[in-house]
Design a protein around this ligand. Sequence first.
Ligand SMILES: NC(=O)c1ccc[n+]([C@@H]2O[C@H](COP(=O)([O-])OP(=O)(O)OC[C@H]3O[C@@H](n4cnc5c(N)ncnc54)[C@H](O)[C@@H]3O)[C@@H](O)[C@H]2O)c1
Length: 313
Amino acid sequence: MKKNILVTGAFGQIGSELIAALEKRSGKSLVVAFDKRLDPNFKGISVIGDITDKELLRNIVIEHNIGTVYHLVSLLSAVGENNPELAWKVNMDGLRNILDLAREYDLKVFWPSSIAAFGKTTPRENTPQRTVLEPGTMYGVTKVAGELLCQYYFNKFGVDVRSVRYPGVISWKTLPGGGTTDYAVDIFWKAIETGEYVCFLKKDTALPMMYIDDAIRATLEIMDADPKKIAIRTSYNLAAVSFTPATLADAIRKAGVPLKIKYLPDFRQSIADSWPKSIDDKSARKDWKWKHQFDLDKMVKEMLRGVREMRAK
Ligand SMILES: NC(=O)c1ccc[n+]([C@@H]2O[C@H](COP(=O)([O-])OP(=O)(O)OC[C@H]3O[C@@H](n4cnc5c(N)ncnc54)[C@H](O)[C@@H]3O)[C@@H](O)[C@H]2O)c1
């Protein structure tokens, strides 16, 4: 019986915490980390390589008797806009490699989409599950194409691939990888280090966000769900909280940390302006009983605690 797990993009913002959660559940010997760069602090099994190298991935699947893949490698929104050709190659060739191997070796797959799949023509308040998908970034284009590819592999080849559209994910153990919601992590570090922050989005830019613990739990819960309950094989809307930079700054001050904030919007403002302000995730709540646990104040408390702990190390 194949029960080992492969996590690609293992040392990124989400992968590093997902690996820890999987190792806690399944044991270190059952989880293989794959990334293009090494995390010198990682104590488990790791393979370094490029996600576009299908034969390397095939060898890992065979050698480590892989049964499940959490495929997290991606170039994110801001990084992708600086190199759209590479974003297409890494995001699409990488996903295609994983789905082809899933078909060949009967692997169960998790692959995240994003709120970046939406665009300017999408209703921005309470964005529905099924709606217009006309993203303005290459990252978003790869997410829409990826969602359709996942659905195709499920319908055509029976690949059990499951997906959620993560909102902006907020965490403190690793730094975010170049997305448009990164300000909501940076602000905590600057608030504690200097009490001042220059925000690259305007003060009233509302975006959907989620604390990392909720994001990891959603990932594990959709993968644990009975396949019959997974009615959507493109990607599920997923929501927790929505806030603006000004609201977040207020919540940090309310938690006892003085903070001066200036707003100097850059190219990421137009990306944020094309994304939803809030998300309707009732399909996930109904189909596999998704429920978030972290509201804004609880998240702020955890972030301040976590950032202080990291700084003390
Ligand atoms: N973090 C968020 O807020 C967020 C929001 C929505 C969706 N997502 C999705 O979640 C997934 C993980 O995101 P993340 O924030 O952890 O990203 P990240 O940028 O922090 O991590 C990605 C990892 O992939 C690795 N990588 C990049 N190119 C590679 C290649 N060619 N071969 C092998 N490894 C490569 C990087 O070294 C990095 O460790 C992505 O699919 C992303 O689109 C993230």
